[in-house]
Design a protein around this ligand. Structure first.
Ligand code: MSP
Length: 711
């Protein structure tokens, strides 16, 4: 049996954020779960490197499109390694790049097959025509009327609803894919395979979209307008539409159309795939792609599975363009990998959108991991260390010991214990296979609470004082340890590092990554085994301190830009902090250059700039804030009735008294927010200098009145 899972291949014009990481984590979890069940699994991810967006990003950054893609790929690879998602850590098998020659060959073959095909209604699947429409470069797609907002001024182009950027009017010769002929075939597909598009709600959306009628799809652009792409076979004046090229990667990555098969791992072996993606690109996967495959005569995917989007607190999709993305270097710096994985799987109800907040991530880590699973593991193992000489005790309760054990609240009947645990395990596996990760983890945590309660009720520390209670003590600790073994096997796909660590601390030496949870049997934890060194699994995160540091990074001295401009990914961790006892083992490393973050240099027009109310201000007071090393509380006169109160992350570089009387620049219409209990009513501007992002406050060489506007 084999299993093939794919993530989208990500655009190489911009650096990844939490949203991209989320898809990778889900795919990685599913892949690990299949591998654990003994299914040979192939996990594909990669980058989508052609198209106008990458061309534009490259121009902005003064490099070739290929160099642009190389730069982003380099970051991607370091990021996936840092989060334990790469091949070396048991994650993806191939990092696909659409600029590789074998992909060109495969796509060429796919195009030729489509070009020869007839539609289900007997027409040519591909034809040449003219296309005119509104095109969104960041989406790399033409937009229909419901996908853009018209401008009040009829001479101005409409705006993309996703990116809030102006659309381009495009009219040119183009190849068309006769999608309109595929509506019935597609509806039949959705009807005959109820689990083809998942979850259910998404399937219904797709069905009604197709039932509403399909328009033919332009699948090429003239080389003169988009040169960075794969030439259409036998007609090099045309460049393939980037989605045609990109979707086909799922086939070419495993050898489709690659005669030499030098990179092939076996199209026959692994196809069809389960495609995982965000709901933002469901239509491409659930409508266009199946139609292309029908035309090319290739078997349909195993399933199209769409997850929801991480949105910001105001409900907007997280994206670099909107400037509300959760940076991977922040996550990487402050949180253990498994805490991020757990949070992503537990907090987001699969298929629905989720609001991301660092506070929630910290709370979950502290309650469910540090106090929950981590505490259960360390209290159990510490007691085995202390009361049983560090060896797994006997589970057997002789007849004469049953009554005292029962009195201590211990379930003495092995069959009952097994039944309870096996039921919970079966539920867990069922939810997991259904992509209901959140519910699966809830099941697992119900087990954690149950065992915690058993320990608290039985009070092993009291039992240990009474030698006649020896067998009850042993039975309690055995039950807790055996349950931990089950939990570590069940949780391995979701939390590979913590799971391995629990397994090791239990003194077990086999590979938890290949134990099928369905094969778990009660009582197989061998008695007498010497347990390993007991270490905390998840150190508690100091919420106030961590939030302050994160907020300072985000708000201090204009560092919103600097965080984007100097993305840093910590080096590959030899030992994940999840199990290594905290921050100390994380040696950081800057891996990217300062000037070149693709996507940051998006042009804005003058009306965008005019939205920012910049004022000259005079610092009236400045003081440090207790227990906040980086923040200064200043009041600034910007010509209003009362001075504004502003928090600035400059305390490490400026003495408060030296600021008084200085003329500075204030962003006056920034939404107020509260940091460390103080409201900040604006932001001061500062340059961000050097590797550390040292703030240097913007000021004036001439005298200017308070409140003067900057234009
Ligand atoms: N290149 C295309 C995909 C081609 S696949 C043949 C593309 N790239 S992308 O870089 O924009 O990535 C989109 C995908 O990234 C989403 O479908 C999702 O998997 C992930 N995410 C990006 N932002 C996300 C969120 N805010 N939340 C969750 N996932 C997000 O589209």
């Amino acid at each position: 049996m084999t299993f093939y899972i794919t993530t989208p291949i990500y655009y190489a014009n911009t650096l990844p954020h939490l949203g991209h990481l989320y898809t990778m984590i889900v795919a990685d979890t599913i892949a690990r779960s299949k591998r654990q069940q003994g299914i040979e699994t192939f996990f594909l991810t990669g980058t989508d490197e052609h198209g106008i967006n990458i061309e534009r990003a490259a121009q902005r950054n003064n490099r070739t499109p290929k160099a642009q893609a190389d730069y982003v790929v380099d970051y991607f690879k370091k990021m996936t390694a840092a989060f334990g998602l790469d091949t070396a850590h048991g994650g993806y098998d191939i990092f696909m790049r659409t600029t590789e020659p074998f992909h060109y060959e495969g796509v060429g073959e796919f195009w030729r097959r489509v070009a020869k095909a007839k539609t289900p209604k007997g027409n040519d699947a591909l034809y040449k025509g003219h296309y005119e429409g509104w095109f969104c470069a960041p989406c790399a797609a033409y937009k229909t009327e419901d996908e853009y907002a018209k401008s009040d001024n009829p001479n101005e182009p409409p705006t993309c609803l996703v990116h809030e950027t102006k659309l381009d009017r495009v009219s040119e010769e183009s190849y068309f894919f006769r999608l309109s002929d595929y509506d019935e075939a597609l509806l039949n597909l959705y009807e005959s395979r109820a689990d083809f598009v998942r979850p259910e709600a998404r399937r219904n959306e797709v069905k009604s979209f197709v039932a509403g009628g399909l328009q033919d799809l332009s699948v090429s652009r003239l080389r003169s307008s988009v040169s960075w792409g794969i030439p259409v076979p036998d007609d090099p004046q045309h460049t393939m539409y980037v989605w045609f090229d990109a979707l086909t990667n799922y086939l070419t990555a495993i050898g489709f159309g690659n005669e030499r098969r030098d990179r092939a791992v076996g199209f026959e072996k692994f196809w069809p795939a389960l495609h995982l993606m965000g709901k933002d690109i469901l239509r491409f996967h659930a409508v266009y792609w199946p139609a292309f495959l029908m035309a090319a005569g290739v078997e349909q995917p195993r399933a199209i599975v769409a997850h929801g989007m991480w949105v910001d607190p105001t409900g907007r999709k997280m994206s670099k363009t909107l400037g509300n993305a959760i940076e991977l270097d922040v996550l990487n710096k402050y949180f253990p990998i498994d805490a991020i994985r757990y949070f992503c799987l537990r907090d987001m109800v699969f298929g629905q959108d989720g609001r991301f907040g660092y506070e929630n991530l910290i709370d979950r880590t502290n309650s469910d991991l540090a106090s929950g699973l981590g505490n259960l593991s360390s209290r159990t193992l510490t007691m085995i260390q202390r009361y049983c000489d560090g060896r797994i005790p006997s589970r057997l309760i002789p007849d004469e010991a049953r009554l005292p054990a029962k009195r201590a609240g211990v379930e003495t009947d092995d069959a009952t214990v097994l039944k309870l645990l096996a039921q919970a395990r079966d539920q867990f596996v069922k939810h997991f296979d259904d992509f209901s990760f959140s519910r699966a983890l809830e099941e697992a945590w119900a087990i954690v609470s149950r065992v915690d309660k058993m320990i608290s009720d039985a009070r092993p520390w009291d039992l240990a004082k009474d030698s006649s209670q020896r067998q009850t003590l042993n039975a309690v600790l055995y039950r807790a340890a055996e349950t931990l073994r089950w939990l570590s096997v069940m949780l391995y796909p979701a939390m590979p590092n913590a799971s391995r660590e629990i397994y090791k601390q239990l003194g077990l030496i086999d590979e938890v990554s290949i134990i099928d949870p369905a094969a778990l049997r009660w009582g197989e934890l061998p008695e007498g085994v010497q347990i390993g060194e007991v270490k905390p699994l998840f150190p508690r995160i100091d919420k106030a301190k961590t939030m302050e540091e994160i907020e300072n990074r985000e708000s201090g001295g204009g560092s919103q830009e600097s965080a984007e401009q100097r993305p840093e990914v910590r080096g590959q961790r030899s030992e994940p902090p999840a199990v290594a006892g905290g921050q100390a083992t994380r040696s950081g490393q800057h891996v990217t250059e300062a000037d070149a973050v693709p996507g940051v240099a998006n042009y804005i027009d003058i009306t965008d700039f005019a939205k920012i109310d910049l004022r000259v201000g005079e610092v009236k007071t400045a003081e440090r804030i207790p227990k906040a090393d980086k923040l200064l509380l200043i009041t600034v006169d910007i010509g209003e009735e009362k001075p504004r109160q502003i928090l600035a992350g400059i305390a490490e570089y400026y003495e408060p008294k030296n600021l008084i009387g200085r003329k500075i620049v204030v962003v006056a219409n920034l939404k107020p927010r509260t940091l460390r209990g103080y409201e900040s009513q604006g932001m001061l501007l500062a340059a961000s200098v050097g590797d550390e992002g040292k703030p240097v406050i913007a000021t004036f060489a001439e005298d200017v009145p308070n409140g003067a506007r900057l234009k």
